[in-house]
Design a protein around this ligand. Structure first.
Ligand code: ATP
Length: 443
């Protein structure tokens, strides 16, 4: 028998008080209902790794949806239930989400005259997971609170920093697990287990990646591109020729690799600034993966990844806008343009487009201007508003936009730095541009 371990103290020390209170409440509710409840998956793994992760996953031996409804009542949250999968999500008032699943059922034929008995067990649920490190559970029932449930050697693999599948057909059953294995390996600086690595090569020989639907591949690819070091994942995948087996155009060449490296650097720099809004990192990297390709090649990729038409159109348009911007930036540099010209050039681009431009202009002097733009100018507005123009008696119309834009330009270029200067400038512009006869205006 395995030695039992209780991590109650670790839970108290590593989680915020509210989360421990919530887990305790879940346990109390389970006792009242005659159920058992466990925290499972990445949440448990990350506690043992001392990594912050507040995405709580619960598995209930009992009716998971009913349990979720009752727990939500206790916690003042809402529930979204998926009857078909017997799962539910509790959404707490502060936005915290708790996933609740029903442990799968095991059917036991009873020898005597008894009918078949349903036994739901957390072991069954854990055995269907991707890797041993994700197949740990912590029991929450009051008498057992904090008991670590480790049927598959997850603790040992965490100690040995190893990503191991649960059984030898794992990748054949679900090839997206190959992408997940590499993602966890690189994120935690673990190693794939020897057998697990052989099973990946074997799945490759069976051409499993071809069988995967675009949306599932993209779901996992996007998770990789949202990691803090996606390039390491992509290179590791390349060492198994996985990217090209998803689609030949995904193969990394030296040029794309360099662009992705720069993208990683730029996103790292941007993250340190804690600016709003946060970019979608996957989009910046995806632009990098498409670099050097034309519109029809990008279409092939979008097709393989089953992009909805809207997403494909967005990306194709963004690529066009970016390449136009690159040209215009070149002439802006040559002509020693004003800050305001740079501003109006870049402002319509989504943030990801600007970050990608920075990654592309890595040796360029233009990069300094782009970083200045992002840190100081993006999202700037004049210190006066339409209300001020109204108070000047200017009849509303398209002139408002023109005047506010000219005032903003002057602000950015340091010619009308504050509100008084901008009010004066606006009044001047109103007099100059407004051709409404003054009798009409005073009426
Ligand atoms: P992250 O830290 O990236 O959120 P996670 O481990 O919480 O990682 P999720 O993608 O949220 O991962 O999945 C939750 C759990 O569901 C995982 O811990 C894993 O046990 C299980 N899981 C997810 N995808 C699969 C899969 N393809 N096959 C088997 N189990 C899976």
């Amino acid at each position: 028998r395995r030695r039992e371990r209780n991590i109650r103290t670790l839970l108290h020390n590593s989680l915020p008080q509210e989360v421990v209170a919530m887990l305790t409440q879940a346990g109390d509710l389970a006792r009242d209902l005659g159920y058992h409840v466990y925290a499972v998956g990445g949440f448990v793994r990350d506690i043992l790794l001392h990594r912050r992760n507040l995405d709580v996953d619960l598995v209930v031996e009992g009716d998971g949806i009913y349990f979720a409804r009752r727990l939500a009542l206790d916690l003042g949250g809402r529930v979204r239930a998926h009857k078909k999968f017997k799962t539910a999500v509790i959404i707490l008032p502060d936005g915290q989400r708790i996933d609740v699943a029903t442990a799968r059922l095991e059917y036991y034929e009873h020898p005597a005259a008894l009918p078949t008995v349903e036994l739901s067990t957390v072991k069954m649920d854990l055995s269907r997971r991707d890797f041993t490190v994700n197949a740990l559970a912590v029991q929450l029932d009051p008498e057992q609170f904090g008991r670590l449930v480790d049927f598959f050697g997850g603790q040992k693999d965490i100690k040995e920093k190893t990503i191991r599948v649960m059984h030898s057909l794992s990748f054949v059953e679900d090839p997206t697990r190959i992408l997940r294995a590499v993602r966890f390996e690189q994120r935690f600086h673990f190693q794939l287990g020897g057998q697990t690595e052989r099973l990946i090569k074997n799945a490759q020989r069976l051409n499993m990646m071809h069988k995967l639907s675009g949306s599932r591949v993209f779901g996992e690819l996007r998770l990789i591109l949202n990691e803090s070091k996606p390039l390491a994942c992509l290179q590791r995948l390349e060492s198994f020729n996985i990217l090209e087996s998803i689609h030949p155009l995904l193969k990394l060449d030296g040029n794309r690799q360099r662009i992705l490296e720069e993208t990683e650097r730029v996103l790292g720099w941007y993250r340190l600034l804690y600016l709003d809004p946060e970019p979608r990192p996957w989009l910046v990297y995806f632009l990098g993966l498409c670099s050097g390709y034309n519109q029809s090649q990008v279409h092939l990729l979008a097709h393989r990844l089953a992009f909805p038409q809207k997403r494909e159109n967005f990306i194709q348009q963004l690529r066009q806008d970016i390449s136009q911007c690159r040209e215009q930036l070149g002439s802006w540099m040559q002509n020693h343009g004003q800050v305001s010209d740079l501003f109006f050039l870049l402002e319509p681009l989504p943030l990801e487009g600007v970050l990608y431009l920075m990654a592309r202009g890595y040796k360029d002097p233009v990069r300094r201007h782009l970083s200045l733009y992002l840190t100081q100018y993006r999202g700037q507005e004049p210190d006066i508003t339409g209300k001020d123009l109204q108070q000047m008696g200017l009849p509303s119309g398209p002139l408002y936009r023109t005047i506010l834009q000219r005032v903003l330009a002057a602000k950015l270029d340091g010619k009308a730095p504050d509100r008084p200067a901008q009010l004066e400038m606006a009044a001047g512009l109103a007099r100059q541009l407004d051709d409404t006869p003054s009798e009409v205006r005073t009426r």
